[in-house]
Design a protein around this ligand. Structure first.
Ligand SMILES: NC(=O)c1ccc[n+]([C@@H]2O[C@H](COP(=O)([O-])OP(=O)(O)OC[C@H]3O[C@@H](n4cnc5c(N)ncnc54)[C@H](O)[C@@H]3O)[C@@H](O)[C@H]2O)c1
Length: 346
């Protein structure tokens, strides 16, 4: 099985046009959500001639679209359009469209060709790598899905011009995460803001690809991608329980601050490193927290984390900037202390 698909990154549309001209797909279906249809589809179609006759399927711009209902409705349209295995589906949108459209493409007639054209920063730097597709079911996120690589991922950062700032920050959180766990030089460049947007996207993708390639099935190293996410997932679920919502990226930023403090308590990093991480994250992200966070409220979710072993909470923690260890046992006391520390930074 391929671990990574071909990722083409450019500021114009020549590579994708050439790819489509060369492959001569008979039928092409583009799946979009309401926003990517309004903001991105006109740009794509007007720049890529082979797409002028593409069929369009639109889904609601919402996480709720990652459902069996939407899957069934798209599948029915594909049958009506008589799409064949040799035809092509293009998923144009953020992570929702990529996950949903990739899932549909991987099960329709046991799999058809598909291309992802991500239009959010998160989908470019994170969802574009790894081949995970899926929907939410039984109140569980991404609980049904496949791991199938798209034929191609085409990234053009001009789509990001219309992306709302909070969704931009949502993706940026994963960029900072990958730098923190894997590459000090990249972290330093992010701090001084010397990279172009395209350079930043390329670097983040390459670093994630390297990790995924070394450990495609998350047996060890790949677990470091979960840095910040143990706390983040618990916060997201705690918000849902209170009928509130927090964007994943903001929860990840809080998670990174809390988990960095845990690393400090465990003497994995120095006070200077803790300060550098926290000061940078606080200055780069607007963290608005509407719920007070304490261990007892997060506990029900933390103990369910899939990385735990025998009920013991395990985390991926920094042991320097650009370095991360996985499967580290963390105590309730350490989490409580780190949450209090976070409160002081906010
Ligand atoms: N498969 C993976 O490896 C992977 C990795 C990370 C996240 N995900 C999934 O991705 C989803 C989150 O992705 P997301 O943050 O991209 O959310 P999203 O797809 O919901 O997009 C965020 C918002 O931006 C809008 N939008 C998209 N492109 C736009 C553009 N260019 N201009 C204006 N608006 C635009 C969307 O309509 C939506 O309202 C989650 O479901 C998550 O589970 C998957």
């Amino acid at each position: 099985m391929k671990n990574n698909s071909l990722i083409l990154i450019q500021t114009n549309f020549k590579l994708i046009t050439n790819y489509l001209l060369k492959n001569k797909f008979n039928k092409i279906v583009i799946i979009c959500d309401t926003n990517s249809m309004q903001f991105c589809l006109p740009i794509l179609v007007s720049n890529v001639n082979p797409l002028l006759k593409a069929e369009i399927i639109e889904v609601d711009a919402s996480e709720e679209s990652k459902s069996f209902e939407t899957v069934t409705s798209i599948l029915e349209t594909l049958f009506e359009l008589k799409l064949n295995k040799s035809d092509l589906i293009i998923n144009l949108g953020g992570g929702v469209v990529a996950d949903l459209g990739g899932f549909v493409a991987s099960i329709y007639k046991r799999g058809v060709n598909f291309i992802n054209i991500p239009t959010t920063l998160l989908a470019m730097v994170d969802a574009s790598v790894g081949g995970k597709n899926g929907i939410n079911y039984f109140n569980l996120k991404n609980s049904i899905g496949t791991i199938v690589q798209p034929n191609l991922v085409f990234i053009n950062n001009s789509f990001l011009k219309t992306l709302p700032v909070e969704h931009y920050q949502n993706g940026l959180a994963e960029v900072y995460k990958i730098a923190l766990i894997n590459n000090k030089t990249f972290w330093n460049s992010l701090q001084i803001g010397k990279l172009t947007e395209l350079e930043l996207i390329k670097k983040a993708i390459t670093l994630k690809q390297n990790i995924v390639n070394k450990d495609p099935f998350e047996k060890g190293l790949r677990k470091i991608l979960n840095f910040g996410h143990t706390i983040a997932h618990a916060i997201e679920m705690f918000y849902v329980k209170n009928n509130l919502f927090i964007l994943h990226g903001y929860a990840v930023v809080i998670g990174m601050i809390v988990e960095t403090h845990i690393a400090f308590q465990k003497k994995l990093i120095s006070k200077d490193t803790l300060n550098e991480v926290v000061t940078t994250l606080v200055s780069k992200f607007t963290i608005e927290i509407t719920l007070k966070l304490n261990y007892l409220d997060l506990k029900p979710y933390l103990i369910q984390d899939k990385k735990n072993k025998n009920g013991i909470i395990k985390m991926a923690l920094l042991n320097d900037i650009g370095k991360c260890k996985h499967d580290i046992t963390v105590t309730e006391k350490e989490i409580s202390k780190a949450l209090l520390f976070f409160e002081g930074t906010n």
